[in-house]
Design a protein around this ligand. Structure first.
Ligand SMILES: Cc1cc2nc3c(=O)[nH]c(=O)nc-3n(C[C@H](O)[C@H](O)[C@H](O)COP(=O)(O)OP(=O)(O)OC[C@H]3O[C@@H](n4cnc5c(N)ncnc54)[C@H](O)[C@@H]3O)c2cc1C
Length: 324
């Protein structure tokens, strides 16, 4: 029996979340990657290490930013490869693209799954995901032959394949016509200060109202750890941080391996957006703060003293391990 074909979609750069999706895809069958931008040598090397033999490249120019066009490319790639399983790393954009692709493929759609497995008895794929602000673990089976799923960042640890492959890139022809009535007028790429994207970072340092608007200590610790910076809605409302740094019910949902929340009370609206984090560390002057109650580790004290001290200790440790 030939292995089931699984399509993994890279909407942007081949980064950690794509390799996590490839790792998950290997448990389902043979992964092929679709990239919507040209693949450079380091990308092909990373994919080869992850065991990907075949990569399709659909060069759509600026049209790739239209979810309908990107979704068309995903559907075309699934048809060309015969893939009945299509995985995309989760993002707001990916969810929209996945919906377009699922509609074109007449497929079932799973959003934000942390796990995916074939059910040998039913031949259905089953996804595991948290719902209702992280309070319920659910399992959802796709009951039609084709499944499209977005995979939550950090849910899977990206690992190299047992046998590395030599990845061959081949062009994929896709109709890049924009849907009627849609015109791309302008596109602005926001500066990221060199930090990882909030939704996909393995480590996130967040500051809340307890910072009183001074995020220098939060940013210093984030940079020592190679982490993303996040915040609460109150800080966004105060104008201290941009909205795309807001974690929670009306912001970004994150599930990093390490969450460090400083000067954050842990209100339910915030909690729902970070509850799936691996290890939770709270820094707060109030030992009764809700975030302290759910944290794996808590440091009780002033964040303006604790965060710089932590950054200095980590920096010293890193310097020592580099020197040894
Ligand atoms: C419809 C709706 C949607 C919402 N959506 C979101 C959302 O998506 N995300 C979100 O975050 N919020 C959201 N909120 C707001 C949410 O309810 C809380 O008000 C908010 O999360 C609180 O932010 P905070 O923890 O920064 O501030 P606070 O609740 O004021 O907590 C500040 C904490 O800092 C501690 N502190 C003070 N000084 C220090 C210090 N020097 N060192 C250490 N600790 C200190 C205090 O003890 C306190 O625990 C929403 C609210 C509504 C009504």
């Amino acid at each position: 029996m030939t292995a089931r074909q699984v399509l993994v979609v890279a909407l942007g750069d081949v980064r950690g979340p794509v390799l996590e999706a490839v790792t998950l895809a290997r448990t389902l069958g043979t992964p092929t990657v679709l990239s919507l931008q040209p693949l450079a040598e380091p990308d092909l090397h990373a994919l080869g290490t992850a065991g990907v033999e075949r990569a399709l490249v659909a060069e759509l120019g600026d049209a790739r930013h239209a979810a309908a066009v990107a979704g068309r490319a995903v559907a075309t790639a699934a048809e060309v490869t015969g893939a009945h399983r299509v995985l995309l790393p989760t993002s707001f954009v990916a969810k929209e693209v996945a919906a377009h692709a699922a509609w074109l493929l007449d497929a079932g759609l799973l959003l934000d799954v942390a796990s995916l497995a074939e059910d040998g008895d039913t031949d259905q794929v089953v996804g595991g995901k948290r719902v209702f602000a992280g309070t319920w673990e659910t399992r959802c089976a796709v009951t039609c032959p084709v499944a499209v799923a977005t995979v939550r960042a950090n849910a899977v640890v990206a690992t190299p394949a047992d046998r590395a492959a030599s990845t061959a890139a081949e062009p994929l022809q896709v109709d890049a016509t924009l849907p009627r009535g849609l015109e791309l007028l302008e596109r602005e790429v926001r500066p990221t200060a060199g930090r990882p994207a909030l939704a996909e970072a393995a480590t996130v340092v967040l500051g809340g109202r307890g910072t009183e608007g001074d995020f220098a200590a939060v940013e210093e610790l984030a940079d020592v750890l190679g982490a993303a910076v996040g915040t609460t809605r109150d800080c966004v409302d105060e104008g201290w941080q941009p909205h795309d740094a807001q974690v929670g019910q009306t912001g970004v949902t994150i599930a990093p391996r390490l969450y460090i929340g400083a000067g954050i009370s842990g209100a339910p609206h915030h909690h729902g957006g970070m509850q799936a984090s691996g290890t939770i560390v709270a820094v707060n002057v109030d030992p009764d703060a809700p975030l302290v109650q759910i944290a794996d580790f808590a440091v009780i004290g002033d964040l303006q003293e604790i965060l710089p001290a932590a950054a200095a200790a980590i920096r010293e440790h890193l310097d020592q391990s580099r020197g040894s």
